[in-house]
Design a protein around this ligand. Structure first.
Ligand code: SF4
Length: 73
């Protein structure tokens, strides 16, 4: 299973709650938005909890956790 975090640039309003609870995964830009806005990133091993916390913390529902079965699994 490969797990991704996706951040919807159309929804992100720069509340800054996501990177506060997922500091190993996300960071802020100079305007307070999450620097990974608009990106889909593979979640490194061990950081799924932070990713889920970030998704739960976002008041705009901008963060999605996507799971994909590995083709070779
Ligand atoms: S908490 Fe949500 S709205 Fe705020 S910066 Fe993070 S993704 Fe954007």
């Amino acid at each position: 299973m490969i797990v991704y975090i996706a951040i919807d640039a159309g929804r992100c309003m720069g509340h800054g709650r996501c990177y506060a609870v997922a500091e190993d995964l996300l960071s802020d830009d100079e305007q307070g938005y999450v620097a990974q806005c608009g990106q889909t990133l593979q979640i490194p091993e061990g950081l799924l909890g932070q990713a889920r916390d970030a998704a739960d913390a976002c008041p705009e529902g901008a963060i999605s956790i996507l799971e994909h079965a590995r083709a070779d699994a």
